[in-house]
Design a binder for this molecule. Structure first.
Ligand SMILES: Cc1cc2nc3c(=O)[nH]c(=O)nc-3n(C[C@H](O)[C@H](O)[C@H](O)COP(=O)(O)OP(=O)(O)OC[C@H]3O[C@@H](n4cnc5c(N)ncnc54)[C@H](O)[C@@H]3O)c2cc1C
Length: 506
């Protein structure tokens, strides 16, 4: 049965109507100047930006609110906060931009703590040094995307790391979640742009050595990349910067047969051409977000060093081999200014991509279920995985009485497999959309794990992916990670509930 099409626009209730309660903890007077117990501030730090966060905020239901928000502006202050919290059994949830979509910053820490502090790192937001010889910059972790680029631009550089949440996420958040940026191939994750890290743990500071590469045992950077605030607070990183690209090439290619499009992308991913953009939109995604009646491949190359005609021409040959039809001639730009006319499906998709977060929030306020989930798998498994996910999502939508569509695009591609990104757009029932989504999410997560996918390619584990992450990771690896956490965070105060349980509370 179709739900009633109730498109009432729901707005967030006033701050006073949330049950915030008095803070359960008092910070030492030496930290007083960093601390806020303001209700609005605490509410703003009580959730991330997933669909379920947006709807719960609109419904006035934010059950886990930090006792205090603390804003250090130096490493010494981070040390002081961690010392106090370790002694006083206060949980600490590091907070960058707060754009987590997996419950990573929600202070859902269980009952074993005297209180919870949200450690907002955005006051640590400066580029401290640029090494022009090596092409690297030392950057404080609390900087948000636009402010980072503003500081690099006058020096002629860019990090060129553009997740969809670029505007409201931080370098530290990217590092702590192993975020994925706009490069569809090769430099897909922030890991690839990381030279070294500095991390403050309750047991002391860890600084890794700046190296372009190293074979000296397991990489210490790798311990902290993706640690999601559970092992320490990332305060600084040397990141690999680039000159701003001068040459760009862009094209969009339609595929009447989606599976042929998949084969074309596989060929591209194995060709060594390394397109910066290689996003295959399935027919539903293409219709909704690019206005195209067939599957579309959005293809792009960029370089600060050389024109890209040969790369694009070879890529289009590969597409033609698989039945692809370009929507028009490729567009080439050869200056740092790329404000050339944008007209094709790839441009329509690009502007839809930038609008998506805002559209999602607007639709969520009208009782729609609009959310995404993402994974990666090897090419040999992709067809079965996509079919299983599609079936699971449609089945779950039927079960919960939501009518809608499931879309799929590739965000990143590797020689051995794609990172498919799924969207659900469904008419839900206001007041129940969180529960409806939770059931859909449960079903698709089971399908991902059962079909050889990862529970996340770049959104991280947080709290929401724990049940599937715990099954995906080898048990002995989990034990080793817990042992490492016990050394770095002996009191088990750092982001309890996310990623890995502290040993003493497991
Ligand atoms: C609309 C939208 C689009 C998105 N698009 C993308 C995308 O394209 N690619 C992608 O990868 N993700 C995407 N995300 C998810 C999210 O933006 C990323 O996970 C991002 O890396 C989080 O950064 P943040 O600064 O907001 O971190 P937060 O949300 O503040 O924190 C995320 C996690 O990192 C920890 N953390 C934060 N800062 C530190 C630190 N300095 N030290 C230690 N731990 C820390 C937190 O405790 C938490 O566990 C999107 C989210 C939204 C809402």
């Amino acid at each position: 049965m179709l739900p009633d099409a109730d498109l009432t626009i729901h707005t967030a209730p006033p701050v006073e109507s949330f049950e915030v309660g008095a803070s359960r903890v008092d910070a030492p007077s030496s930290l007083a100047h960093l601390v806020s117990d303001d209700a609005r501030d605490r509410l703003a730090h009580s959730h991330g930006q997933a669909f379920r966060d947006v709807v719960r905020a609109l419904s006035g239901k934010l059950p886990h609110i930090p006792d205090l928000v603390v804003r250090p502006s130096s490493e010494a202050e981070v040390v002081q906060v961690l010392d106090w919290c370790s002694d006083a059994n206060v949980a600490v949830v590091p907070f960058g931009g707060g754009s987590s979509v997996v419950g990573g910053v929600e202070p859902r820490v269980g009952d074993g703590y005297a209180g919870v502090v949200s450690l907002d790192l955005t006051s640590m937001d400066r580029v401290l040094a640029v090494d022009r010889t090596s092409g690297a910059a030392l950057v404080q972790a609390g900087v948000l995307g636009p402010h980072l680029e503003e500081q690099l631009r006058p020096q002629g550089y860019t990090l060129r790391f553009f997740p969809q949440s670029f505007e409201f996420s931080s370098l530290g958040g990217w590092l702590a979640t192993r975020a994925g940026g706009h490069f569809a191939t090769r430099l897909t994750h922030i890991d690839d742009l990381t030279e070294s890290l500095r991390v403050i743990t309750p047991s002391g500071a860890v600084e890794t050595r700046r190296l372009p590469g190293s074979g000296a045992g397991p990489s210490p950077d790798r311990l902290f990349l993706g640690s999601e605030g559970t092992l320490g607070v990332i305060t600084e990183a040397w990141v690999r910067i680039q000159e701003r690209p001068r040459w760009r090439a862009g094209a969009s290619v339609g595929f009447a047969d989606y599976d042929a499009g998949v084969q074309a992308v596989r060929a591209l991913s194995q060709s060594g051409l390394h397109p910066a953009n290689c996003r295959l939109l399935d027919p539903v995604e293409a219709l909704i977000n690019a206005g195209s009646p067939t599957a579309v491949l959005v293809l792009g190359f960029e370089s600060a060093d050389h024109p890209l005609h040969a790369w694009m021409e070879r890529a289009l040959e590969l597409c033609l081999d698989h039945g692809g039809i370009p929507s028009g001639p490729p567009r080439y730009t050869d200056s740092a200014d790329d404000r050339s006319a944008r007209t094709g499906p790839s441009d329509t998709w690009r502007s839809a991509f930038l609008r998506m977060p805002y559209q999602r929030d607007a639709l969520a306020a009208q009782g729609m279920i609009v959310e995404t989930f993402e994974t990666a798998c090897t090419w040999d498994r992709f067809a079965a995985l996509r079919a299983a996910v599609d079936d699971a999502a449609r089945d779950a939508m039927r079960q919960v009485g939501a009518t809608g569509v499931v879309t799929c695009r590739f965000t990143h591609v590797y020689p051995d497999g794609p990172a498919p990104y799924f969207g659900v757009y469904a008419a839900g029932e206001w007041g129940k959309t969180v529960e409806q989504w939770d059931e859909i999410k449960q079903a698709v997560s089971e399908a991902l794990i059962a079909n050889g996918g990862t529970i996340t390619h770049h959104h991280a584990v947080g709290r929401d992916h724990r049940p599937w992450y715990d099954r995906q990771r080898p048990d002995l690896f989990a034990a080793a990670l817990q042992a490492g956490k016990a050394v770095l965070d002996p009191a088990g105060i750092l982001n309890p509930g996310a990623l890995v349980d502290p040993l003493r509370r497991a």
